[in-house]
Write a protein of this length. Structure first.
Length: 367
């Protein structure tokens, strides 16, 4: 199909429209890897991965370094189809799944352009016309007013960021969120590993009365025992996020009754096929699936998420494309959310047109 002629990597930093509070973290700027792969005919594919040190252990500096390491080993390789990408990329270095996911995304973009097919066709075709987008209720002073505005925009899914305060405070915010959003929409809470085990238990016991549909990652991702304890006392399903970095992690949470669903991310599983495989296993185990980008991706990363969102075999807990939270983008046709649902591009590959001037504008100097 084509040979890889060149792989380039850089980091970009783009401000958010407003700060987003997660457990122990105030996010004001994205800090992301952008990958550009050029083939021997001059065609270009684009990929992206967000740095997420508390989730994946990868910083922007590390992402760029890992991509350059793998680029030396991929240059000159002939790509014949998308099905062999994991076998090609995974052995290049240990871990570094975020960097691998950006290379995987750029190659999917290139393959789709060569075949004149959108990425969702490469993944087996659409299973749904579109996917509901969840809005984060993330600790700003006007968080409830913003939630009301999103209801008016047609949103039917909301995620309350908790774990930054005591459980009683967060349960009040969760109950307020349900009252504002009303019935018939998803309202969940995500602690991003923020609670101590005792506080996680306290929140879990009140989650049902607060009107939540599920409670995500109450404790450290490695603490399966505390996840199991939360699940035992919680009247709504417990979901894993930071605890899922592999197919084996999904099975482990199920086997130990530590989660009844989970959040799948490209940066954790390393590839589109990894996310697809994870969703298929979760469907088999009757676990609910949430698909999410990291706060915050540009429309390069969000495009890949949008294609997965319509391709996964199951998506009970909605999806998110996080370019919505950025003050600017590096794509001329940014991923849109219309009536609360993500619009997936139908063009070849990712279906986006990258603005390289914007990449230059926001490029970080890592020297």
């Amino acid at each position: 199909m084509f040979k890889i002629a060149k792989i380039e990597a850089c980091a970009v930093a783009i401000p958010l429209k407003m700060p987003i509070k997660m457990s122990g973290i105030l996010i004001e700027t994205c800090d992301n890897l952008i990958v550009k792969i050029t083939d021997s005919e001059g065609n270009v594919g684009w990929g992206e991965a967000s740095s997420a040190p508390t989730m994946t252990g990868e910083t922007a500096e590390g992402l760029v370094a890992a991509t350059k390491f793998m680029a030396d080993r991929l240059t000159g390789i002939e790509i014949t189809n998308h099905e062999g990408l994991v076998d090609l990329i995974e052995p290049l270095m240990h871990a570094n799944h975020s960097a691998k996911s950006a290379i995987d995304g750029a190659l999917h973009d290139l393959i789709g352009k060569h075949l004149k097919k959108p990425m969702y066709d490469l993944l087996g075709g659409k299973k749904r016309l579109n996917a509901p987008m969840f809005w984060m209720i993330a600790g700003s002073k006007d968080e409830m007013e913003l939630a009301k505005a999103r209801i008016d925009d047609g949103y039917i899914a909301f995620k309350v960021k908790v774990g930054m305060n005591l459980p009683d405070h967060d349960l009040v915010r969760s109950e307020q969120s349900r009252k504002i959003c009303g019935n018939g929409v998803h309202v969940s809470a995500d602690a991003n590993q923020g609670y101590s085990p005792p506080n996680a238990i306290k929140f879990a016991k009140g989650a049902g009365d607060a009107g939540l549909d599920f409670f995500e990652q109450p404790v450290n991702g490695h603490d399966i025992e505390s996840m199991k304890n939360c699940a035992a006392v919680c009247s709504v399903p417990i979901a894993a996020d930071e605890g899922i970095h592999s197919i084996e992690d999904i099975q482990k949470h199920y086997d130990q009754k530590a989660a009844m669903g989970g959040s799948l991310k490209l940066i954790k599983l390393g590839s589109a096929s990894g996310v697809m495989e994870g969703a298929k296993l979760m469907q088999k185990l009757s676990m609910s699936v949430n698909l999410a980008g990291k706060t915050a991706d540009t429309s390069i990363g969000s495009a890949a998420i949008s294609h997965l969102a319509v391709s996964l075999p199951t998506l009970e807990w909605d999806a998110s494309v996080t370019n919505q939270y950025l003050a600017d983008d590096v794509v001329k046709n940014p991923i849109q959310v219309v009536n609360g649902h993500i619009v997936t591009p139908d063009g070849p590959g990712l279906g986006i047109e990258v603005d390289e001037d914007k990449i230059e504008k926001y490029k970080r100097n890592l020297q």
